[in-house]
Design a protein around this ligand. Structure first.
Ligand code: SF4
Length: 138
């Protein structure tokens, strides 16, 4: 479940999809059910997502859904190149985002609508984008 709202008052507790994706709301066509504002910092560290995650059983060093969601959150709070490189380096590591099997069990199980699987997919997208940019010399 993803909480949706349009109220400015909720902004401190939400992330603006347009700010994260750098999309311009004036030029993109949105699907009907698109949620612009998503709750962001509501993880209560209950660990339910870690229990639900099938990868945790296979790799005890896997950061897990909550850990990767936290990396995503930290990454989106900074534009400092050194911090970004460190955080994305963690996500790109042996026990990071690529170990996820995309089962989305974590997102299903999370009682706080953190959507850790969605955060992991977002990390992967950024990692891929950066790899292509490097390949293209940008
Ligand atoms: S992401 Fe959700 S399920 Fe996982 S620890 Fe945080 S609140 Fe609990």
């Amino acid at each position: 479940m993803t909480m949706t709202c349009d109220a400015e008052a909720f902004l401190p507790f939400t992330v603006d999809s347009f700010a994260v994706t750098k999309l311009d709301p004036k030029v993109v066509e949105l699907p009907e059910n698109f949620s612009r504002f998503n709750r962001f910092e509501q993880c209560i560290e209950c660990g339910i997502c870690m229990s639900a995650c099938p990868t945790m059983a296979a790799d005890e060093k896997f950061f897990g859904p909550a850990g990767l969601a936290a990396i995503y959150q930290a990454r989106n709070k900074t534009d400092d190149p050194a911090k970004v490189a460190h955080l994305l380096g963690l996500a790109d590591g042996e026990h990071g985002a690529w170990r996820c099997h995309s089962a989305f069990e974590c997102t299903e199980a999370c009682p706080q609508a953190v959507d850790p699987a969605g955060k992991i997919m977002a990390l992967r997208r950024e990692l891929i984008t950066r790899r292509f940019s490097k390949l293209l010399g940008k």
